[in-house]
Design a protein around this ligand. Structure first.
Ligand code: PLP
Length: 391
């Protein structure tokens, strides 16, 4: 019988990593790994025996982190990166050649969309970004022929939902590789590999880390694809460090508990704000009124910790309300144990003009709210008190 998420989060990936009978995975703060026997060294260097050679390639603490994430995503293999963006860019650079084509959506994470709009086209890679809500168009663009389909769901900041099973099927019909950024959902709420994806990416900086004190990224999936991406990363060098790997490993032990509370808080707050007189829109896939609710219900086990809402009265109201929140960091982050808020106009979509944000369906009075693990009633009271300034 396969262990459940709670058990895997605590135990997976740790066997064989302990030192001097420590019960916890040690931080292997060592750039290189030494060998007395030259033949043994040679065997490890050639990949014929298990072991580590040099920290840019592999490290025991990082390897434990990779194995734990792979277990939670039900993946054959995983490879870790210094940041989520390193994981995303190395994956795209490994899998795409000049003349090839990517189909994705307009609502990907800001840094990812910069790769699609600027960096990849400069290398002769064609990118087509579709309206995120329009599955027919995405499917039609895929059917035109492409090498890679890049998806993210739920999206940032309006929590749109993509049907991973349907779009993976469309991608595989034309022989394309499907890559999914699963940062918002986490493997606790959604496992894209089981829905047809070939690779799953995380910014471990967010929910996996959960404490806003370590950057990291990870790619998992099919062993052969992950091996190719690892070969690119070991040369280009965006390796995860052992200290960050240790923090992330320790955090993942509580991921299932944290995600359950994030889900509960976000759902309660979204429901509460729906009938609040100062709010004119709430975006959360757990709400029945959300256009992606049915798809979310079928492919997710929880709706996640992030929601967004628009405050009546435009950006002026945002300016008045946000400083009055006592239980929230006003910062460009999400997925932490503390609640974090920010308007897309100053965080994820700061490079765009108001008109460009409007064309993406991001109103100027929108606030992204990453619900922490505080007590639900306290968060609701905090929001009510802050919004009262508008009454
Ligand atoms: C933050 C984020 C990233 C980038 O991760 P970094 O660790 O900041 O490089 C990518 N995708 C999503 C959905 C994110 O929220």
């Amino acid at each position: 019988m396969e262990y459940g998420d709670g058990t895997q989060a605590v135990w997976a990936g740790e066997a064989g990593t302990k030192w001097q009978r420590s019960t916890q995975v040690p931080i292997a703060a060592s750039v290189s790994f030494g060998y007395h026997d030259v033949d043994e060294w040679l065997a490890v260097a050639k990949g014929e025996a298990d072991g580590h050679i040099y920290g840019r390639n592999t490290n025991p603490t990082v390897a434990a982190f990779e194995a734990k994430v792979a277990a939670l995503e039900h993946a054959e293999a995983a490879t870790a990166f210094a940041t989520g963006m390193a994981a995303i860019s190395d994956t795209l650079h490994t899998l795409l050649d000049p003349g090839e084509r990517v189909v994705s959506v307009r609502d990907t994470y800001g840094g990812t969309s910069k790769l699609f709009l600027d960096f990849l086209p400069r290398l002769g890679i064609r990118t087509t970004l579709c309206d995120t809500a329009d599955h027919d168009t995405i499917e039609a663009e895929i059917a035109e022929g492409c090498n890679l389909v890049y998806l993210e769901t739920p999206t940032n900041p309006t929590l749109k939902i993509l049907d991973l099973e349907r779009l993976s099927r469309a991608a595989h019909r034309v022989g394309a590789t499907v890559v999914v950024d699963n940062t918002f959902a986490t493997p606790i709420n959604q496992r894209p590999l089981e829905l047809g994806a070939d690779l799953v990416i995380h910014s471990a900086t967010k929910f996996l880390g959960g404490h806003a004190d370590a950057l990291g990224g990870v790619v998992c999936g099919d062993a052969e694809l992950v091996e190719r991406i690892y070969r690119y990363r070991e040369i280009t060098g965006a390796a995860l460090g052992p200290f960050a790997a240790y923090l992330l490993l320790r955090s993942i032990k509580t991921l299932p508990l944290r995600v359950a509370k994030h889900n509960e808080n976000a759902m309660a707050i979204a429901t509460h704000l729906t009938s609040h007189p100062a709010i004119d829109g709430v975006y959360y896939p757990g709400l029945e009124s959300h256009p992606g609710h049915e798809i979310a219900k079928s492919q997710m086990r929880g709706f996640g910790g992030v929601l967004s809402f628009s405050i009546k009265g435009g950006f002026d109201s945002v300016r008045k309300v946000l400083p009055r929140l006592r239980l929230a960091h006003r910062a460009a982050n999400l997925g932490a144990v503390e609640t974090v808020v920010g308007p897309p106009a100053t965080t994820s979509h700061v490079e765009l003009t108001a008109e460009e944000r409007a064309s993406l369906g991001i109103p100027e009075n929108l606030v992204r709210y990453s619900a922490g693990i505080e007590d639900t009633a306290d968060l609701i009271n905090d929001l009510d008190e802050a919004l009262a300034v508008l009454a």
